[in-house]
Design a protein around this ligand. Sequence first.
Ligand code: ATP
Ligand code: MG
Length: 407
Amino acid sequence: MKPEVVNHKNFNLNTNLISKNCLSIISKLHRKGFQAYIVGGGVRDLIQKLDPKDFDIVTNCEPGQIRKIFKNSRIIGRRFKLVHITFPDEIVETTTFRSDSKDNEGSIEVNEKGRILRDNSWGTQEEDVKRRDFKINSLYYDPFKGEIIDYFGGIKDLGNKNVTFIGDPEKRILEDPVRILRAIRFAAKLNFSIEKSAKKIILEQKHHLYEISPARIYEEVLKLFLSGHAEMSYKILNEYKVFEILFPHVSDVNNEFEDFFLTAFKETDRRYKVGKKLNPGFIFALLLWPKIFKKSNISKNINFRNFYQSISEVTRKQQVITSVPKRFTSFIKDVWMHQPRFQRTGRKTLRFSNNLRFRAAFDFFLLRHSIEPNLKNDIEWWTEFRTANYDKKIKLLNSRGRKFAKN
Ligand code: ATP
Ligand code: MG
C-alpha cells in the first residue's frame, strides 16, 4: 500500500494553531528514534481551515516506552491502551499504531456479531490506517518534515466534502455502531455528505446503537449538540432516523416540535459561536421537552400530576440510552419544574427570580415561545420584571391583579 505524500505548503496550513505541547512530544519522540504524527481531527480541521479542538498523536513507540519517556504521562484505556501526556493547559492523547492482524498475539477479539471486544496489538502505520473510521480522519501529518501522508484519498474527500468509510461501511458499522453517530457528527460539523451506500446500512443497522454503553452514547450526544452544529446534527439525525433511536420517548411527537427544536438549536449554536457556556443539562431539557409538554398540557391548563409524573418517567427512561450524570439530571428537572412559575405569578415570584436556576429556566421559557405564541404577554412581562428595581417589581406584580405590600 503506497500512500500519497503531500507537502503541507500545498494547503497553506495555519501551523500556529498546532499546540506547542503536541509539537514538543512529536519532536521528543523523533529524537528518540520513533515515528510520530498528528492524526485524525487535528489534521482534518487544519486542512479545513478550522481551529482543531485538540491534537491526537500516533507513534510506533509502545505505551510502556512512551510512559518512560514522558514523566508527565499515564497509561489509560481498557479496550485499547493509550497514553495521556499531561500539561498544565491540556492533555495530549498519544496512541501507538494498531495492527489489524488476527493471528498476532494479543490481537483483536470480536464477538459473534463482529463487534470489537478487545484489541491491543501494535502495528505499523499501514495497519493502523485501516482501523480508522473515515478517509477524512485517516491523514497523518508530520509537522517537522511538513508532510501529510494519505493512504485512502482523505485529501480528495476533504475537497469533495465527503464522509467515506474506510472499507465496507456495513462491516465497519457492525464492528462499532458508534461510527454511525460519528459519521453524522462530521457531516454536520463540516457540512459534508455521507457516502450514499451508507444510508441504507445506517437505516438497517441503527438499532445496534442500543448495544453501546449509555455512557459512551451520552458523550457522543454532547458532541453532536454542544459543538456549534446542533441544528445540522438534528437535521441529519432525523434524515437517517437515528434521532428516534437516541430519543425514543419523544420520537412520536418529534415532528410537531420541529420549530421548537430548530429555534432552540440555532440559539445553542449561536451561544457556542460567541463562546458562551453551554450546559449539558440544558440541551437534554430541550431534547426531552416534547413529552413533558404533551403529557402535562402545560401550555393551556396544566395537569400537575401528569407534569411531575412525566418528568420522572422521561428522565428515568432516557437514562437507559444516555447516562446523564446526576448533577445534570437535577438541573434538567429544575429547569422544567420552574416552567409553570412563569405562567403563574404570585407571592413567591420575587423569591423565584433570585433562584439559582432562574436564568436557565428563563432562557428555556423564552425558547418555548416558538411553538406557544400564547406566551407572548408573559414573556414581555418577565422581560421587564427581570431587570426592574425593587419598586418597579412590586408595581409590576400589582399590575397582575394581586396586591403586594412593599415589605
Ligand atoms: P474531534 O474533532 O471530535 O476530536 P477526531 O476525528 O479527532 O474528531 P477522536 O474521537 O478524537 O475524533 O478520534 C481521533 C481519531 O481516532 C479519529 O480521527 C479516527 O481516525 C480514530 N477514531 C476515533 N474513534 C474511532 C472509531 N470509533 N472507529 C475508528 N476510528 C476511530
Ligand atoms: Mg480528536
